[in-house]
Ligand binder design. Structure first.
Ligand SMILES: [Zn+2]
Length: 299
């Protein structure tokens, strides 16, 4: 009885009109520890369960359409947009065919440096090549707030890329499929040329990275000027990142849990890898606190 009441109260707190942007990374039939990461991997069967739950309960729109609805204030229900970060190999092999079959739109945020120029970055290079220096450095590269430490440790990543250069990347999709894609269901946006923490870069370096990313992608027929800031958590970007986005005419997105109820940049996304989607939708409130905090900081 009390639980029912609590649930009712909780539900009332969640606004009906909102854009919920979901964020995925990798999917696979079976988990391969050499190329997958348990925190950002979904089994194909769980991914399909997600899609069927979403289709049954909500209207799924492209990110562009979702933003338009917020901008024009025509939103009067919960709209869902599906996004994938990084350009993982499973995008072309699995995600695109599944989404195409179900006629579900999605936006893919791509790092253009990988697959051709470089094999990958510390996140996937360390475990794949069993590079212990890189594996040990990973948590520091991910979390440090010291620019010198960050750049010093990234030298290990460069060494690894140089050592194995010329090999095909085992991690990334063949981007030709994206470059040629004209299917109106699928859009391709920016995720940085390299997958770097923008907060650790000078303003000039941030701009250079994003410009390279734009230059590579702007001729792709289904390119959209949307930018998922790499990693996208609060200590991965700064005021420069948002100013540069505005200067270059791209719309920034975070991986900072929250839904969007009005048109204000940066937009928020839920990471839903490995998660039970139903439980995410049933407990929006805890996530939303971070959204309110962020908006408070922006005011
Ligand atoms: Zn990413």
């Amino acid at each position: 009885m009390i639980n029912n009441l609590k649930n009712r109260i909780k539900k009332q707190l969640v606004p009906k009109s909102k854009l919920v942007v979901l964020n995925y990374h990798q999917i696979g039939e079976t988990f391969d520890p050499n190329i997958h990461n348990e925190n950002i991997w979904n089994s194909v069967s769980l991914f399909k369960e997600h899609l069927s739950f979403l289709k049954q309960n909500f209207k799924i729109v492209s990110l562009t359409e979702g933003l338009e609805a917020l901008k024009n204030k025509t939103i009067n229900e919960t709209l869902i947009s599906i996004t994938f970060d990084d350009g993982d190999a499973s995008m072309t092999k699995l995600a695109l065919p599944i989404l195409e079959q179900l006629k579900i739109p999605a936006t893919f945020f791509i790092n253009t440096a990988y697959g051709s120029e470089k094999i990958g970055y510390w996140y996937n290079l360390g475990p794949y090549f069993k590079d212990m220096d890189l594996i040990n450095a990973a948590p520091i590269i991910r979390n440090t707030i010291d620019h010198n430490t960050y750049h010093e440790l990234l030298k290990l990543e460069n060494q690894c890329n140089e050592k194995y250069s010329g090999r095909d990347s085992p991690f990334y999709a063949n981007y030709e499929a994206f470059e040629k894609c004209t299917n109106p269901l699928f859009h391709f946006g920016l995720h940085g040329h390299e997958h770097l923490r923008f907060s650790m870069l000078s303003r000039e370096a941030q701009k250079e990275n994003l410009l390279k990313n734009i230059e590579h992608m702007q001729r792709w027929p289904n390119y959209v000027p949307h930018f998922a800031i790499p990693f996208g958590k609060p200590h991965d970007w700064n005021a420069d990142t948002l100013e540069i986005s505005e200067e270059l005419g791209v719309v920034p997105f975070l991986a900072h849990h929250g839904y969007n109820t009005f048109y204000r940049q940066p937009f928020l996304r839920f990471s839903v890898d490995t998660k039970n989607l139903q439980s995410v939708f049933n407990s929006f409130s805890p996530f939303q606190k971070s959204y309110d905090k962020l908006n408070h900081l922006n005011n």
